[in-house]
Design a protein around this ligand. Structure first.
Ligand SMILES: [Zn+2]
Length: 491
């Protein structure tokens, strides 16, 4: 069989050469040249015939003829097209599914991510001979070359607005949990009844490019802060929260809420403070059951006596706050209480009523009377007016226990009440008519410069402030600025 075909081809080729040979003289070429040309043409034709024969003799076989016979018939197939252009033909559509599945799996392995093959392949019924049908491996390679795909990721939407994209649904859920944890981290877990978000939070799978995908941690921080803006300040010597807030035009509360992990009362030099006030995309509302102690206010009871003026008061018993324990359900949004519902209240200790004695008499006019009374009745004179151990004592010293009430020797206007060098806490009163009086070494003062006082009004308490050897009142009376002996005036 091999030989038979070989002969046939050989004959055909020689025939062609023969035609060329016969044709050439007819064109009227010169005789001398023609033989040369003819010879060359014939040799070339023969060489061609031999080469063809060699190739044919190599490929001719029984197998060849078997498939050659089948190729005659085209049977049902499917053409796979991309953008209208035929890529290949297959017999069985299942082959396509298998190859696509494999390709998706391999791409996911390669990218370590969920993917979606954007299948723009069309399938059309067609006819094909067996030799036109491609193998599974070839199909895979063709699809791999022509496939376009997108990454499947998960978006977090807050009230319908997308705030970010992460790798997977699990990561998205973790982001929401991180945000919730941020606002509940300081709570006693057992007290928490429920944690909700004020906004509707949705997680949905989307097609994304890998550059859209954020790290979960990064997205959680972005949602908490509501911005990816960063502005920091490094604390310097002498800074306080108050001065920093004022400098950056923020309220103190804003600066505190921007730095939940910093101690606002005790900032450290070199500490970094965040200056961007959080406006979280997700507001976390936490309902908690808490038990709290609360202060109960006390009442004040007055006792009236006729021997006191109605602007005088003596505290007989001080009041004390009571304590009650309340059980309440509180709702906090981002750590700030927005609702409170008291469930029960029990008194731990009752408050103590404050008891005050006051007078019924109207006080005398707050002007000088021209007479002077003893400012510290019942006191012992410990040092007299005048010459004293080489010096001059400008007043009299009246010794009495610390805290004893000092009265104004006459009515008038307070000129000064404050620290006055060696006098310690000291009060000076102008009585009119050229007279004034001084009260020194006080432990406490009840009047201020400009106050009008009446004769006998309690203005200070005995002390030992300034240069003093023990609790006493150093008392002076001055006439036109010069000291006089108080003992000559008081009765
Ligand atoms: Zn004195």
């Amino acid at each position: 069989m091999k030989k038979l075909n070989l002969t046939f081809i050989k004959n055909l080729t020689l025939n062609k050469a023969d035609k060329i040979f016969k044709k050439l003289p007819e064109e009227g070429q010169e005789k001398q040249i023609i033989p040369f040309l003819l010879n060359k043409q014939i040799k070339g034709a023969i060489a061609l015939a031999c080469a063809t024969t060699l190739i044919l003799s190599g490929s001719y076989s029984l197998d060849y003829l078997d498939s050659h016979e089948n190729n005659v018939f085209s049977t049902d197939s499917f053409s796979i097209l991309a953008d209208g252009k035929e890529l290949c033909k297959i017999r069985d559509l299942e082959q396509l599914d298998t190859a696509l599945e494999e390709l998706e799996y391999d791409l996911e392995e390669k990218h370590q991510h969920d993917l979606s093959i954007e299948n723009n392949f069309q399938i059309e019924p067609s006819k094909a001979k067996d030799k036109e049908i491609i193998s599974g491996e070839e199909l895979y390679n063709i699809l791999a070359e022509n496939a376009s795909y997108s990454i499947l990721a998960d978006a977090i939407k807050v009230d319908g607005n997308q705030v970010g994209v992460v790798n997977s649904e699990l990561e998205a859920k973790n982001v929401v949990e991180k945000v919730k944890n941020y606002f509940t981290q300081n709570y006693d877990k057992e007290s928490v009844i429920e944690v909700n978000t004020k906004e509707k939070v949705e997680i949905s799978q989307i097609k994304a490019s890998n550059t859209d995908i954020q790290a979960a941690e990064e997205l959680a921080n972005y949602i908490i802060k509501g911005t990816d803006e960063e502005q920091k300040y490094v604390v310097e010597e002498g800074d306080t929260y108050w001065t920093i807030a004022e400098y950056f035009n923020m309220s103190l509360d804003e600066l505190i809420s921007a730095n939940p992990s910093s101690d606002s009362e005790n900032i450290q030099i070199g500490e970094e403070l965040n200056l961007v006030v959080p406006k979280p995309f997700i507001n976390v509302q936490v309902k908690r059951k808490v038990t709290q102690e609360e202060k109960m206010p006390f009442e004040t009871e007055y006792q009236y006596v006729s021997y006191m003026y109605n602007d005088e008061e003596v505290v007989e018993r001080s009041g004390k706050y009571g304590i009650s324990e309340i059980e309440a359900i509180i709702t906090e949004q981002n750590g700030i209480q927005i609702a409170k519902e008291t469930i029960s209240e029990s008194v731990i200790s009752e408050p103590t009523t404050k008891i005050v004695t006051t007078g019924t008499q109207d006080p005398p006019p707050r002007i000088g009377t021209g007479t002077f009374i003893n400012p510290l009745p019942g006191a012992m004179i410990s040092s007299r007016f005048g010459s004293r151990s080489g010096g001059f004592h400008r007043g009299i010293d009246l010794a009495k226990a610390t805290g004893s009430s000092i009265k104004a020797t006459d009515g008038g206007t307070v000129i000064s009440a404050g620290w006055d060098g060696s006098y310690g806490y000291s009060i000076l009163i102008n009585h009119g008519g050229g007279y004034s009086s001084r009260y020194a070494h006080c432990s406490d003062m009840y009047v201020s410069a400009g106050d009008k006082v009446y004769q006998g009004q309690i203005i200070a308490a005995v002390g030992s402030t300034g240069v003093s050897t023990g609790p006493h009142l150093h008392f002076e009376i001055m006439k036109y600025g010069s000291v006089v002996n108080p003992a000559s005036y008081i009765y």
